[in-house]
Design a protein around this ligand. Structure first.
Ligand SMILES: C[S@@+](CC[C@H](N)C(=O)[O-])C[C@H]1O[C@@H](n2cnc3c(N)ncnc32)[C@H](O)[C@@H]1O
Length: 298
């Protein structure tokens, strides 16, 4: 069996990264934005005075900027284990210059907010000899079979003053983590903490949910409770986690004000990735919108 074709969690497979196609321009962001605005798709039901009898998100008991359950992400993983976030075989194609084609092996990769390791595992399989990954499932067979050095730590990125690492990270993988923080202040704090964990020239490989993503439209239309004053971009979910959708200018500001610059490589520029996904069973099509890009510590 080849290394890359090995079966992993829940029948998922690691794929040869060269065989994976990253869909980033299935549709035009600008045209999609116009479609949403023209058709009022972000108008929530409470504004349009429609009643939704079965809202997908029940109101939180406390909505003072966030989470009313003591540790909603712990609850989330207790309930879903590692079945929720599939292995991100596309991750090497999302950041090919740093992860696929680089001849300079990174010494330390920090997967910030790694969850159950869906981003770092394919990277570790591709670079079995030259990376130390932090924050990931210790007991995955990728770790034990390849003998990779791994350190995990539990840190609240939104409040910690410093990530307690002995070394500074060369690469920080930051996928779908800032969207899970409940306020602009928490997101800025996390970026500041990450900046302290790296050195000039370190890179953050950023990918996260963007405005007008299918989920954003659904939350807004359902009148899901908001947790920030800015309209229709941060929502409280039924499981007490929160979900934010980013604008390009917001991500730029967040990193540029906190010690990072955008990569000068055009293929690494921060930008919207528009991916149309069709559900195999229902044939329902979803328009997914992400922000993707590389930020360099200065
Ligand atoms: C949507 S999941 C993404 C997981 C993984 N990065 C991925 O791409 O599949 C969001 C992750 O952010 C983590 N997270 C949420 N709030 C956090 C905080 N304040 N500090 C550190 N991690 C946090 C959660 O534990 C969860 O694993």
């Amino acid at each position: 069996m080849s290394l890359c074709a090995a079966t992993t969690r829940k029948g998922e497979k690691f794929l040869d990264p060269e065989s994976v196609v990253l869909h980033s321009s299935d549709f035009s962001f600008e045209e999609w934005q116009q479609h949403i605005i023209k058709n009022g798709l972000l108008l929530c039901k409470k504004d349009s005075e429609q009643k939704d009898e079965t809202p997908p998100n029940q109101p939180l008991e406390e909505t003072t900027g966030g989470i009313s359950c003591a540790n909603p992400w712990e609850q989330f993983y207790v309930q879903n284990q590692n079945h929720f976030f599939p292995i991100k075989n596309y991750i090497l194609q999302a950041f090919p210059r740093r992860l696929l084609h680089s001849t300079q092996p990174p010494a330390v990769i920090l997967d910030a907010g790694c969850g159950s390791g869906s981003g770092i595992l394919p990277i570790m399989r591709h670079r079995p000899k030259d990376s130390t990954a932090v924050r990931l499932l210790r007991d995955h067979d990728t770790v034990s079979s390849l003998g990779i050095r791994l350190t995990t730590l539990t840190v609240d990125l939104s409040t910690c003053s410093r990530i307690p690492l002995d070394v500074s990270a060369d690469i920080i993988l930051l996928t779908f983590v800032l969207c899970a923080l409940p306020s602009a202040q928490a997101r800025a704090h996390a970026v500041q903490a990450l900046r302290k964990a790296c050195h000039p020239g370190s890179v953050v490989l950023f990918r996260d949910y963007a405005i007008y993503d299918n989920g954003h439209v659904r939350f807004a239309q359902a009148g899901a409770p908001e947790v920030e004053p800015a309209p229709y971009v941060t929502f409280a979910k039924r499981d007490h986690t929160t979900q934010h959708y980013f604008e390009l200018s917001e991500v730029r500001q967040l990193f540029l004000h906190n010690g990072f610059a955008e990569s000068v490589c055009p293929e690494e520029a921060l930008g919207y990735h528009c991916n149309r996904v069709v559900n195999r069973k229902t044939r329902v099509s979803m328009s997914k919108v992400f922000l993707n890009g590389v930020l360099v510590a200065i």
